[in-house]
Each structure stands twice: as C-alpha cells, then as structure tokens.
Design a protein around this ligand. Sequence first.
Ligand SMILES: NC(=O)c1ccc[n+]([C@@H]2O[C@H](COP(=O)([O-])OP(=O)(O)OC[C@H]3O[C@@H](n4cnc5c(N)ncnc54)[C@H](OP(=O)(O)O)[C@@H]3O)[C@@H](O)[C@H]2O)c1
Length: 218
Amino acid sequence: MKIAILGGTGSIGEGFALRWAEKHEILVCSREIERAKNVASDYKNTLSNMGIHCCTITGCDNEAAIKDADVVVLSVPYQGVVALLEKLKPLFKDQIVISLVVPMKKNKMFEFVPPRQGSAALEIQEILPKTVKVVSAFHNVSARKLAKIEFILDYDVVICADDDDAKKTVMELTHDIKNLRPLDGGGLESSYMIESLTPFLINLAIRNKLSDLGIKFA
Ligand SMILES: NC(=O)c1ccc[n+]([C@@H]2O[C@H](COP(=O)([O-])OP(=O)(O)OC[C@H]3O[C@@H](n4cnc5c(N)ncnc54)[C@H](OP(=O)(O)O)[C@@H]3O)[C@@H](O)[C@H]2O)c1
C-alpha cells in the first residue's frame, strides 16, 4: 500500500514511517520538498543502521504525494490542518485519510478544544470531498515510543470511521505495528471521545510524574 504521511517530518510521523516501511511504500511529506527528502533519507539510515534495508521511503511535497497515495495520514498540528486541507482538497479523490489530529491547547493544564463540528475528524470530513473516507485513529499513541522501533507498544488503538472497508484497512495497518491492538470505536461521530483522551493522558502523566502514557482496555 502507498501511504503518504503529511507532516511526516514531525514527531509522530517518524514512528509511522519507520514501523510501516517494511511492508508498505512510504511517502514522507512536507511543505518543503528539500526537508522531506532529507528527513526521508534520515529515516532510511535509521532503518539501515538496524539492519533493515528492504524498504521504500521517499521524500515528497504534500501535493505530489496525495495524488499518488492509497492512504493519507494527517500528521500535522490542529492549528495548521484547516488551512492546509483547504489548499490541498482539490487533489483528493477517494483516498482513505487517517486523522490523528487532536485539537487541544495548554492553559494551566492541557484542554480539549473541539471545533464546532465536535471533533477534528468531523471537521476534516466536512472539508474534504464526500468520496474521501476519513478514519480517526492513533490519537493516544506516544510519538516517542512509536519512533523507538524496538519498543513493544502493548496498547489499544480505538478506530472510528463511517466507512467499514476503510476502518478495516486501518485496523490492518494497526496490526502491522507489532502488539498494537485495533478496537472498533464506532462511527466518526464518536471521534471526540478518543481525541479528548489525549489531553487527559498528558495531564495524568504530568500530575503523576509519568511520561508517554498509552491506553489498554482489559
Ligand atoms: N506527538 C504525539 O505524541 C502525538 C500523538 C498522537 C497524536 N498526535 C497528533 O498528530 C499530529 C502531529 O503531531 P506531531 O507532534 O507530530 O506534530 P509536529 O511534530 O509539531 O508537526 C508535524 C509536522 O507538521 C507540519 N506542520 C507544522 N505546522 C504546520 C502548519 N501550520 N501547517 C501545515 N503543516 C504544519 C511540519 O512539517 P513540514 O514543516 O515539514 O511541512 C511538522 O514537521 C497532531 O495533530 C497531534 O495532535 C501527536
């Protein structure tokens, strides 16, 4: 599968690129092509140094990648998402778009600050063409742990989507990351629940002197 990671140069994009590269073709995307190429090359070196040589990771600008991809991962901060998608939306056709986007801000502690639609995922679905299948997932996975590919992520990933086939594809992509367990979280209207867990987990970590918490339902 060809997976474009918009904002793939950032914190959580790195872990997805490294962990999916053995099975999938990865396009590391950026607003700046040179940055994308440099970061893609760094990711390849990281894998080579671990003895993993058989993967395709290419640096790309956001525009070129969308046209080409089966799956587009939205891995950019909430503050940049609306402007970015308003610009890029004519390039989308019927791709699966995975939103990991958490609309939150820091006051005394971190707060969930949803848009009028109720969640980032619903806002993204409203912006993109109706033929695009938005899937909400991975909000509660720590970027730092994801990027350490030797680290076993024994966590759950709640996945919300209105399109069953798209949800199934993202569940399979979740299984491609060792030990992550995908759980069906219902339709996209439930996304606000998993998005709002992220600031809660960060506050919990701060209050209890922990870091990079994930979730496991048992
Ligand atoms: N970090 C985590 O642990 C974590 C966990 C779960 C979910 N998330 C969610 O995943 C998304 C990415 O998080 P992150 O921590 O990886 O973010 P990040 O490192 O701050 O940014 C990721 C990339 O987004 C691009 N970007 C930054 N500002 C932008 C803007 N205004 N418009 C368009 N592109 C912009 C940049 O790429 P270029 O400059 O190369 O274009 C940057 O490298 C967020 O929505 C976050 O809520 C993060």
